[in-house]
Write a protein that binds this ligand. Structure first.
Ligand SMILES: NC(=O)c1ccc[n+]([C@@H]2O[C@H](COP(=O)([O-])OP(=O)(O)OC[C@H]3O[C@@H](n4cnc5c(N)ncnc54)[C@H](O)[C@@H]3O)[C@@H](O)[C@H]2O)c1
Length: 338
């Protein structure tokens, strides 16, 4: 039996991860800590309350005293750090909270991992740390040794955290791994990100904002494939190694929007082009051959089927989106904040 600390488990990827591992490993124990920022939604994991191998702690990963008490009490074997400020647009408006959570929060967790001893600290990072690639060079992809070259305060904070993670490995011998994944899609994604925004606006026949000409390319991966990769890396990856995870599904933003509209039988006339995001990265493309070869990780979803399943999920869970859009979810969060 192993004990896991999962941070940020009320967000999009962390909540999908918890559903996967709490059910898959009934003999392991999972503790989720989340500070329930606007992006955290306790309803995402509420159904796990009844599981004996799961419990939730309301708290902030930058709160050193609380994190120390938690490590002292629980004696974790593994820490998986999903908690982050994750929205690039917010990082342009207020970079400071990105430095606090993404850098200081990661450092606080690693300091306690160093003090109390753990088998593995895993940092959930992003392909955005590599910067972007030109649109006219489809042969180029990000490899694990591609230099860090960030564009936004978000990606800069994630890259800084990655550098601290590698420094804690080299300087203090902390057993660490890092995964750098491309853009995720799937259930429970906060309706500020492209795919849930398109679905929720299309449902109400509202204009769908697309940055610039919609030409920016992202490499889309189903959230479950990301999480299968994280689980493999945590359990079987090598200390001090970085692993890229990508979806082999490069699509322009416009292609993604049109695919969703087609599936929902909505007209393309809903698309409204808006002023481009400052510093907007052009293209991301990931080479995942290392994790495929070394850990036998393979995609289980292709984009077409995965996006269809995702649109269906949002259509069947409209109450979930409406709860967020109306702010009602914060009342549910208040119940666990007490
Ligand atoms: N979404 C993507 O496409 C993507 C791609 C690659 C990597 N990532 C990385 O994966 C991780 C999860 O991303 P996501 O999309 O699920 O993000 P999210 O914004 O949906 O969720 C983040 C969660 O972290 C919590 N949190 C924020 N600050 C906290 C703090 N100080 N203390 C405790 N909890 C805190 C929030 O309440 C929320 O539940 C992030 O580290 C992100 O950088 C995301």
């Amino acid at each position: 039996m192993s004990k896991f600390l999962i941070t940020g488990g009320c967000g999009f990827i962390g909540s999908n991860y918890l559903h996967y591992v709490v059910n898959k490993y009934p003999k392991d124990d999972f503790v989720c800590i989340d500070s329930l920022t606007y992006a955290g939604n306790y309803n995402n994991i509420k159904d796990l309350e009844e599981k004996e191998n799961f419990h939730f702690v309301y708290g902030d990963i930058t709160n050193r005293e609380l994190i120390e008490q938690l490590f002292d009490k629980e004696k974790f074997d593994y820490v998986i750090n999903f908690a982050a400020e994750s929205h690039v647009d917010n990082s342009i408006k207020n970079p400071f909270v990105f430095a606090d959570t993404n850098i200081k929060g990661t450092l606080t967790l690693m300091d306690m991992a160093k003090k109390y001893g753990i088998k593995r600290f895993h940092q959930v990072s992003t392909d955005e740390v590599y910067g972007d690639l030109p649109l006219d060079r489809p042969d180029l992809k990000f490899h694990e040794d591609t230099p860090l070259h960030t564009s936004s305060p978000y990606s800069s904070s994630k890259a800084s955290a990655d550098l601290f993670v590698m420094a804690y490995h080299r300087t203090f011998g902390l057993p660490v791994t890092i995964s750098r994944c491309s853009n995720n899609y799937g259930a429970y994604q906060f309706p500020e990100k492209l795919i849930p925004v398109v679905i929720s606006k299309a449902l109400k026949n509202e204009p769908i904002p697309v940055y610039g000409k919609g030409e920016n390319v992202r490499d889309w991966i189903h959230v479950n494939d990301h999480n299968i990769g994280v689980d493999l890396i945590v359990r079987n990856g090598k200390d001090g190694e970085i692993y890229n995870l990508g979806g082999h599904s490069e699509r322009t933003n416009l292609e993604v929007v049109k695919t969703i509209l087609r599936q929902m039988n909505k007209p393309e006339s809903l698309i409204t082009y808006v002023t481009d995001r400052p510093g907007h990265d052009l293209r991301y493309a990931i080479d995942s051959s290392k994790v495929e070869k070394e850990l036998n990780w393979h995609l289980t979803h292709n984009f077409e089927d995965g996006i269809k399943e995702t649109v269906d999920w949002y259509l069947h869970n409209q109450e979930w989106i409406n709860n967020i859009l109306s702010g009602e979810y914060q009342k549910d969060n208040d119940q666990v904040r007490k």
